[in-house]
Design a protein around this ligand. Structure first.
Ligand code: CA
Length: 489
């Protein structure tokens, strides 16, 4: 197996234009280093073009750019859903969340109001890696179940520092007094965004700006994990730059030239993430782990335009099945396994990470585990299209109807706001401007039929957000998804 990994590395480097094939010094030298550490850095609601490596002009992200430029950038990386919870469920399970009833966000304060989370039958990638000997950690936002059975430490993580809900305020000096006051008043339900963070079930009184705190804990994790014999997996799930828009004065000062207050604050929040990634890289370097660590950076969904994000040149943003909703900035960085400086333009999905990680970790996936993503490593190495003749889907239920985006190679079909289906050549028309449905009706019909068949694998949501949407299911307005397909023309 060790030899196989070496060959994979060589193929990859050949594909990426590495010319000095006689120099094999970059290859892993010890069997204990054979399997890479894996770090997923996930941002929350970060826009497609809100990082330097994807074209941001006003937001400065030197640390991320350095990694991206020395890694492989993905220009067509999609997530499983255009908003938080279902996207994260897709990442952790390698499946479309609609197929296990997790197509809505777990609602605010689900820990008190809803005794559930992502179904326990779903083995998370963290568990697969843990079972194969990886030391596993999650720092930051969970949002996959806030009651004990669904806690990160029950789902394949050895170490958890963060919060269980869907978001959090950023300044402890501001949110802690509000929390204390409500607690003293005997409030049974206190907003998730105000609650103390925890470290392995133990409540902690954080003092730092939350993004900095999460970065500090990520470095702490790397220091601890590096002392262990086996490789590690870290899921660093920043809540930034998700609302509320709260940034440090020193970071705001850097973006004084931005006049729009929301954009300025958002930029400062992204910059804080970038600084944190720099600290993470420092930690990897001081522990001599950087060369054999695969760092994956991405956002869980598109940027929210009303809160200062941009997804240019993509249309719309968070929540949409247009490209701006679920096509995200992403790169892989791995000095020992990837020669950098390239962009991979074929479409891939965040649900592909599960089987790809398992392969690189030589970890065994349970036989009964259903996966919708695929191991993309060979195709990445050889420059091939991983999803040739396959569709990458997005489907969001709204009030009584659903929006759909489905990409197959260069083609994309789109349905939003109960309008007619549209067809785009998304490779040539990334901004979804030129509807080709009249020129290529057969192409469109074939893809609509495919999406229709795909929805037959969906099950009823296990929870709703908002809860009022439950009514639409119970009155059979939504149960067959027929509202998507009735007005096909
Ligand atoms: Ca999000």
């Amino acid at each position: 197996m060790k030899r196989k990994l070496h060959l994979e590395s060589i193929y990859f480097i050949i594909f990426l234009g590495f010319t000095s094939c006689g120099d094999l010094s970059y290859l892993p030298s010890k069997s204990s280093n054979d399997r890479p550490n894996i770090i997923v850095v996930l941002c929350d609601d970060l826009g497609y073009s809100d990082v330097g490596f994807n074209g941001a002009k006003d937001i400065i992200t030197p640390e991320l750019d350095h990694l991206a430029n020395n890694g492989v950038m993905f220009s067509a990386a999609y997530v499983a859903h255009p908003f938080c919870g279902p996207s994260r469920a897709g990442l952790m399970t390698g499946r479309y969340p609609h197929t296990f009833g997790s197509q809505f966000n777990l609602p605010q304060n689900s820990g008190e109001l809803l005794n559930t989370g992502i179904p326990l039958e779903e083995t998370f990638i963290s568990k697969v890696l843990q079972n194969s000997g990886y030391y596993t950690g999650i720092i930051g936002k969970w949002h996959l179940g806030a009651v004990p059975e669904y806690h990160p430490l029950k789902r394949g993580f050895d170490d958890f520092y963060g919060f269980l809900g869907g978001g959090h305020r950023y300044f402890p000096s501001q949110y802690q007094p509000i929390y204390e006051k409500q607690k003293a008043a005997g409030n049974k339900i206190i907003n998730d965004y105000l609650k103390p963070l925890e470290h392995n079930y133990k409540e902690v009184r954080e003092t730092e700006y939350i993004t900095d705190a999460l970065s500090r804990e990520a470095s702490r994790f790397v220091d601890e994990a590096s002392k262990k014999e086996n490789p590690f997996f870290l899921y660093l799930a920043y809540n930034a730059p998700h609302s509320p828009l709260e940034a440090k004065a020193e970071d705001l000062a850097i973006f004084d030239f931005i006049k729009d207050k929301k954009r300025k604050t958002y930029a400062a929040m992204v910059y804080a993430v970038d600084r944190g990634v720099g600290k993470l890289v420092d930690a990897l370097e001081r522990n001599d782990q950087l060369d054999n660590t695969l760092i994956i950076f991405l956002s869980d969904n598109g940027g929210k335009l009303s809160l200062g994000a941009t997804n240019f040149p993509l249309q719309k943003g968070k929540g949409s099945t247009q490209e701006g909703g679920y096509r995200v900035p992403m790169f892989f960085h791995w000095p020992k396994g990837i020669e950098g400086g390239k962009t991979f333009e074929h479409p891939i999905s965040a649900i592909d990470l599960y089987p790809t990680f398992a392969r690189l970790a030589k970890a065994e996936i349970p036989k009964a585990k259903i996966l919708h993503g695929k191991d993309i490593w060979d195709d990445l190495s050889e420059g091939n299209e991983p999803h040739k003749n396959e569709i990458i889907y997005a489907l969001r239920h709204r009030e009584g109807y659903s929006d759909v985006g489905a990409r197959k190679g260069d083609w994309k079909i789109l349905k939003t706001n109960q309008n007619n289906w549209k067809l785009f050549n998304i490779k040539n028309d990334i901004s979804e401007q030129n509807d080709l449905s009249n020129q290529y009706p057969d192409q469109m019909e074939e893809m609509i039929l495919d999406v229709k068949n795909w929805t037959k694998s969906h099950i009823e949501p296990k929870w709703f957000d908002p809860d009022s949407l439950k009514y639409l299911w119970e009155t059979h307005e939504m149960d067959t998804f027929k509202t998507i397909f009735d007005a096909e023309k």
